[in-house]
Design a binder for this molecule. Sequence first.
Ligand SMILES: NC(=O)c1ccc[n+]([C@@H]2O[C@H](COP(=O)([O-])OP(=O)(O)OC[C@H]3O[C@@H](n4cnc5c(N)ncnc54)[C@H](OP(=O)(O)O)[C@@H]3O)[C@@H](O)[C@H]2O)c1
Length: 330
Amino acid sequence: MGAMSQRHLTILTGASRGMGLAMAQQLLAAGHDLLCIARHTNDALAAEAKQAGRQCEQWPHDLARADGAATRLDTWLQARDQRELASVTLINNAGLIPRIAPLDDIPVDQLKDAMRVDLEAPLLLTSAFLRATAAWKVPRKVLNISSGLGRRAMAAQAAYCAAKAGMDHFTRCVALEQAALPNGARIVSLAPGVIDTDMQVQLRGADAALFPDRGNFVGLKEKGALASPEEAAARARLPAAPRLRQQSGGGRARLRRERSRWLIGQENAEDAKVTQRTQRRHSKWFSLRPLRHLCALCVLLASSPARLHRRKRAERAEETFKRVFSASSA
Ligand SMILES: NC(=O)c1ccc[n+]([C@@H]2O[C@H](COP(=O)([O-])OP(=O)(O)OC[C@H]3O[C@@H](n4cnc5c(N)ncnc54)[C@H](OP(=O)(O)O)[C@@H]3O)[C@@H](O)[C@H]2O)c1
């Protein structure tokens, strides 16, 4: 493999603005080729890619209808030659908040779109990505952009909270699945913190009578506590940062703290690997099935008198209950 193998490919949803746009710009600067999916394309991003000599394809697509995008992604990936790539990554970043109000006060169409864009689309795109690249030998990664609200409940945010919690949990499941494969993908779900984007404008602009936490979001803006999209994008790319063991001393401790605060999924993959190692060790050294059966039989025999005693006691209690019941109802 020559110079062609140095191309990193990233598929990124919601790169038309906000944190997605900042991530796209940083990825271009780091030498990634991009495939971006959002309802709108971004001409400035296309110009930046051209100037940097990177490929940047932009598909205008409404992710509330994600099945079409997933099928198209599957076909598109299958037409790639993995030998030209150093890595392939999917970042599910596109997201939306429906009308900010109690659940029974949100139009059904908005609820459906929020669940589709925030949960169904990431799930379908992840499925298509994993299927199309299953036989690839290059590192494969999925980064799901979740939210603190996926881990903490908030009134007037039921659909968004539920979708992000669903995203976190499917990430955990897929991390377990992929850990069992020879070249399984690394998948994590990350809560990027509060970011100064259109989404925060929407939260601050909500009706205070319907949204008890509105004041907190106003306060965060006034205190200057929001991260810029660029800062948040840089932190979101942390999963691609050097592995823990390549860091030294304080750096490693800081990275570990950051990861545990931000990431979901990787710990499941690591747990799954430990479980598999333990199972392998057990099947190698402790596959003494007849001995296990003998032990089980001994336990059963030893517990028989106790069981008999418990059954008799239960029968006596039942008789007493019947007696008392028939006496009181008489
Ligand atoms: N901002 C925060 O404080 C915050 C906090 C925690 C988590 N997050 C998460 O971070 C991610 C990025 O948020 P952000 O603040 O950058 O949001 P944003 O500025 O509102 O941008 C949202 C992005 O998602 C795309 N998108 C929205 N609806 C779409 C649809 N139906 N189909 C396709 N694309 C759609 C938008 O593109 P088009 O409009 O062109 O379609 C846009 O590129 C989201 O997943 C959000 O939940 C944000």
